[in-house]
Each structure stands twice: as C-alpha cells, then as structure tokens.
Design a protein around this ligand. Structure first.
Ligand SMILES: Cc1cc2nc3c(=O)[nH]c(=O)nc-3n(C[C@H](O)[C@H](O)[C@H](O)COP(=O)(O)O)c2cc1C
Length: 386
C-alpha cells in the first residue's frame, strides 16, 4: 500500500516537472500590452530579452530564433546542463581588480571580454536594420561579433557598418556546399571584406528537422547533404590564408582529430540544438574533454556555446579551460532594440561576469580552473549521476 502511494506521488511529482525557458524572476508584469517592447531600463537579465522579444516579434519570426531540432531535447538540455554543476566559491580573496582581467585575446586579436556574439542568421527578423545593431554594439564594446553566412545582409554590407578608422576585428562564419569553386569564391569574398578568420560550421551536413519553424515556412535554409570530411577540410585550409576554426565539435574524438588537422581553434557547439537533437551541449563536450583529454585545452584554443545566459554559465565554461564563450539567441532577441539593446545585453553579461567572479573568489578571471566546479557527480563518460 505504502509503495503504491509512493509511486502515485512520485509519478505526479515527475509529471509536474516543468522546463523553464527562462526562470520566473517576476518579469511578466513589465511586458506591455499591445505587443510593444518592454523599455530597456526594465530589462535586467539576458532572459528578460527572450521574454520581451517573444511578446514583441511575430510568431513566425520568433519561432525562427527560438527553434530547436526535432523534440528540442538538445535545446532544453543546453539551458539545463549548467544547473547540474555547482560552483565552489572561495572567500577572503582580494577581488578588487578582477575587472581588469576580463580582456581576452582571441586568435591573437584583443577583445574586452571572454564572450562573443555567435553567428546567427536573419537578424532582419528582429529588426529592420538587421545586423547593424549587432556589429555596432560589438564594435562599441570591443566584443567579438561573428556574422552568419546566412545573415539578412550581405557580409560586405555588415562590415561596412564599422566606424571609419576603427580597428574593430570581426570573423566570418561560413557554410559550404559541395562545389569547390563556390567554396573558393566564398573564401575570396570573406578575405576581401577584411574578415580576420573563418568559422567553418561542420555540424550541418544534413538538414535540421525544425518543426516549430517549418510550420511558418522558416525552417533550416540547408538543402541536400553536404560533403564535410577531414580530407575536404584539409583541402579548404589550402584555399585560404585565413585561420579556420571548426564550429560544431561535439566529441573528444573529433577534438583530438581537430588538433592534428590544422584548425586554428575548435568551437564546441550543437548549433543551439537546431541540428541533431540529443547532441550534447557545448558545456557537456567541454566536460568530456576535461575528463578524457584535458591536454587538448593546452594544445588548441577551445571556444564553446549553447544555452549560455548568465555570468556563471560563462565562468563554468572558462573553469574547464574554454577560452571564449559564444551566445546567439540572447543577442538576437536584444537586437529587437537595435544597437542599444545589444549594448545593454553586453553590459548586463559583463557586469554579471565581474560580480560573479568576485563572489566566486577570483582575483583574476584567468586564474579560474576546474577546482571552482563541483565535478564529483560525473561518471567516467562525463555524464552525470545526479
Ligand atoms: C536564429 C539562429 C540562427 C543561427 N544561424 C547560424 C548560422 O547561420 N551559422 C551557424 O554556424 N550557427 C548558427 N546558429 C547557431 C549559433 O551560432 C550558436 O551555435 C547557438 O545558437 C548557441 O546557442 P544559444 O543560441 O543558446 O546561445 C544559429 C542560431 C540561432 C538561434
């Protein structure tokens, strides 16, 4: 009898478990009726930008940004994975200069923070000025912006938003098709536009099944199967003098391959859960590498993204040895407000990062290591037992 009651209660408790796209921090009363944007001075976290954009954007356009592949398990897992690992703060440390340690060199270029604006297509869905606000806010804060090859505007128009005389560095994301002549001409375009590195996306040889967006005709732009092999990558490396970063590494095996392949950095990512459902979040891949081949973090620069919404998410990735952390959706939602919104998003994350570092007991953000994480619940695979 007792067992039966227990099972009924346990089932009810499990059924009641909700996925939180963003935690309830009391934002709802600040969403204006009539579909307008919540005033920027009432936005206090990156999660607020999602809620604000959701009430402002058309369902079609919001669905394109918000979409994940198939059952969206990876989309949800990207957000939830960070919650499985606790921090281990240290006290009574002089943290008063931690802000000075935020600037980070990425592929030899100096930026003001260890986070960046990840490539995301179709900024025009959130703002008529499309990618302008992303570039301008990135430039003003000297935070790296990587325009998508599927941007609303041609890449030449995006880099033309840079202020004259400003040395702001941007990199370019690239999708390839099966035709080497097309690849060569894309590489020339990127070089001629002055982009300083190529972020080659390798997680999309097939199409992403995106039902949420397909209902509105805004699913994946991919068509057909793309030849993406290590041999082809080696050929592409010889077609350009620019450094190439491999975006979409999801296993320690591929990370090892990338180290010997001539890649300039690796980018751990499951494409925001938009391509292969049940592929691991960038954070989980970083944990796997930390557990099985930690030397990789010394052999090659490792970047990561997926579900990063808080300063503590950034710190958890840095603690494992990740050098630069990407965010896509938060900046796309913030871009509904244009440059001011993206600037506020950058400022909020930067301020969180400084305060979280201080409260974690870091005098220098670059001194963070895995002893600041509670990893004892990981099993041998890098997955979790709790
Ligand atoms: C609307 C949208 C468009 C995207 N477009 C691209 C793209 O063109 N190329 C690419 O490599 N990744 C693309 N991504 C994936 C992002 O670069 C990034 O890996 C991922 O979204 C990070 O997760 P987050 O959105 O939770 O921060 C896109 C993501 C979103 C949300």
């Amino acid at each position: 009898m007792f067992t039966l009651i227990y099972i009924i209660f346990a089932t009810a408790a499990l059924a009641a478990r909700l996925f939180l796209n963003e935690p309830d921090t009391g934002f709802d009363p600040f969403i204006p009726g009539g579909g307008g944007l919540t005033p920027l001075n009432e936005i206090f976290s990156l999660a607020d930008f999602d809620a604000s954009a959701r009430s402002y954007m058309s369902l079609r356009n919001y669905s394109y940004y918000r979409n994940g592949a198939a059952g969206e398990w990876s989309y949800r897992n990207n957000l939830e994975a960070f919650g499985r690992i606790r921090l281990r703060p240290r006290s009574l440390v002089d943290i008063t200069h931690v802000e000075e340690s935020l600037p980070t060199s990425i592929l030899g270029y100096n930026f003001s923070a260890p986070f960046f604006i990840a490539p995301a297509g179709r900024a025009g869905y959130g703002n008529p000025d499309a990618e302008k606000g992303l570039l301008r806010a990135g430039e003003a804060a000297n935070v790296l912006y990587i325009p998508s090859f599927g941007a609303t505007l041609p890449l030449e128009d995006i880099v033309a938003f840079k202020s004259p005389g400003n040395e702001y560095t941007t990199f370019q994301q690239l999708y390839i098709d099966n035709n080497d002549t097309n690849v060569q001409s894309s590489l020339r375009r990127i070089e001629n536009a002055g982009q300083k590195a190529i972020i080659l996306t390798i997680d999309s040889p097939g199409d992403g099944a995106r039902s949420r967006a397909e209902r509105y005709g805004v699913g994946s732009a991919d068509t057909g199967l793309t030849l993406l092999t290590w041999e082809r990558f080696s050929k592409i490396l010889n077609m350009t003098s620019l450094p190439i970063v491999l975006k979409g590494i999801t296993t320690v095996e591929d990370a090892r391959m990338a180290v010997s392949s001539g890649a300039s950095a690796i980018y751990l990512s499951n494409h925001g859960g938009r391509q292969l459902d049940f592929s691991p979040s960038g954070f989980e891949v970083a944990l796997e590498i930390h557990k099985q081949a930690p030397e990789i973090f010394d052999q090659i620069d490792v970047w990561a993204d997926g579900g990063v919404r808080y300063g503590t998410d950034v710190l958890k990735l840095l603690a494992l040895g990740v050098k630069a952390v990407g965010l896509a959706r938060p900046f796309m939602y913030a871009n509904c407000y244009g440059e001011d919104g993206v600037a506020r998003a950058i400022d909020l994350l930067r301020t969180e990062l400084i305060n979280d570092s201080a409260n974690l007991g870091l005098g220098d953000i670059k001194s963070i290591n895995s002893s600041y994480l509670s990893l004892e619940y990981m099993n041998y695979n890098g997955w979790y037992t709790r």
